[in-house]
Ligand binder design. Structure first.
Ligand code: DP6
Length: 354
């Protein structure tokens, strides 16, 4: 299967100096990827919304060189970041079988995020997706013939090797990743856009307001968290349930059942965090204000009937999910009642991209 991603470049391609660029949004999973095997193969299927206002822009400059080895310099918001190069080099090592020219150029990566670096929003999904899209563009400039569809699929395949969830950031809308027998074309190797015509319009208007509960680095990285699913007493059950939940979600998406959607998505988020708490060693990424915000949200939903739901990523922040039709009342509630739980009162207004 991986064979289809080997380069079609002939060995006599000509090197030149140039630059490419990519814009890639972050994504928020509804059914969570948590657990992986060798080579970034997920232990269950996942699906996410690609966002709009939370994104990475990357310019990748390349200059031919003759010495062996990788040469990468990374600049974040214009500032040279020596500490970022090892992550890109690890990525290069993983993808070198599919991108033959990585040792033949000196690379300069100029990257910037729309969200503050300290916000606790993971930049790995949007960042790795943008890098992968840039590399496929260089491959095409050197002469590889790829249709638009093949180029995106290859970018998603490469992005996965950088960071699993990054493979879902290559497409807009709802993107699925992980092989199963109920989504046609699903694969462990790359993300697949879930067809827009299978999604009720109400889910195409969803807002995602991200409460920045705790800014700064999280205490346990996703990679460590995934590894703690190895030998986890509930792992096997969790992997089965995630796939069942994805299968349950599909008719809900089609019918436009916002209540069933919200309940399933909240269950997924809490399961993710429950898995963390039951790991050995255990860890908790929620903060007191995360729980306080969820409590307030539930109270608001009970009292007003507004369709406000949440999900959580692997951190303390809360993603508030709601349809555009309820946005007015909900956004007043966020400003008046939830903002107090955000560190420095900061939250990000985002929405899904269709
Ligand atoms: C909780 O994709 O960041 O956000 O593959 O190790 O880079 P690596 O992990 P990463 O994990 C994301 C986990 C999650 C759930 C999800 O996005 O599906």
């Amino acid at each position: 299967m991986e064979k289809q991603f080997h380069t079609t470049l002939q060995s006599n391609y000509t090197l030149f100096t140039g630059e490419v660029s990519a814009h890639s949004p972050s994504n928020i999973a509804l059914i969570k990827y948590w657990g992986k095997k060798e080579n970034q193969i997920p232990t269950n299927s996942s699906i996410s919304y690609t966002l709009t206002n939370s994104y990475t822009d990357t310019i990748l400059k390349f200059t031919p060189k003759t010495e062996k080895g990788y040469d990468v310099k990374v600049y974040l918001e214009g500032e040279y970041k020596e500490s970022f190069a090892p992550k890109i080099i690890t990525f290069f090592e993983r993808i070198t079988a599919y991108i033959p020219f990585l040792e033949q150029f000196s690379f300069e990566v100029f990257t910037s995020n729309s969200f503050p670096h300290s916000s606790g929003i993971a930049s790995s999904a949007s960042g790795m997706s943008a890098m992968a899209i840039c590399l496929v563009q260089i491959e095409q400039q050197l002469g590889a013939i790829l249709s638009e569809e093949e180029a995106l699929k290859k970018a998603s395949f490469l992005a996965r090797l950088g960071s699993g969830s990054a493979c879902r950031s290559v497409y807009k809308g709802l993107v699925e990743w992980g092989e199963n027998d109920f989504i046609e074309g699903s694969s462990d190797l790359y993300g697949t856009k879930y067809p827009d015509h299978e999604i009720h319009d109400v889910f195409k208007t969803f807002h995602d307001t991200i409460l920045l509960i705790h800014e700064g680095q999280k205490t346990v990285s996703s990679t460590v968290g995934h590894n703690l699913m190895n030998g986890h007493p509930y792992a096997e059950r969790r992997f089965i349930e995630a796939n069942e939940n994805l299968q349950k979600l599909l008719p809900i998406l089609k019918q436009g059942d916002v209540k069933a959607f919200g309940e399933l998505v909240e269950h997924e988020a809490l399961t993710l965090h429950a898995m963390m708490m039951m790991s050995n060693p255990a860890f908790i990424l929620m903060k007191p204000n995360t729980v306080a915000a969820l409590d307030k949200l539930w109270e608001f939903r009970r009292e007003t009937g507004n369709q406000l739901y949440f999900t959580l990523d692997a951190g303390a922040n809360v993603h508030l999910l709601y349809p555009a039709q309820d946005a007015e009342a909900i956004e007043i509630f966020i400003e008046n009642e939830l903002k107090q739980f955000c560190q420095n009162g900061n939250y990000i207004q985002d929405k899904v991209s269709f």
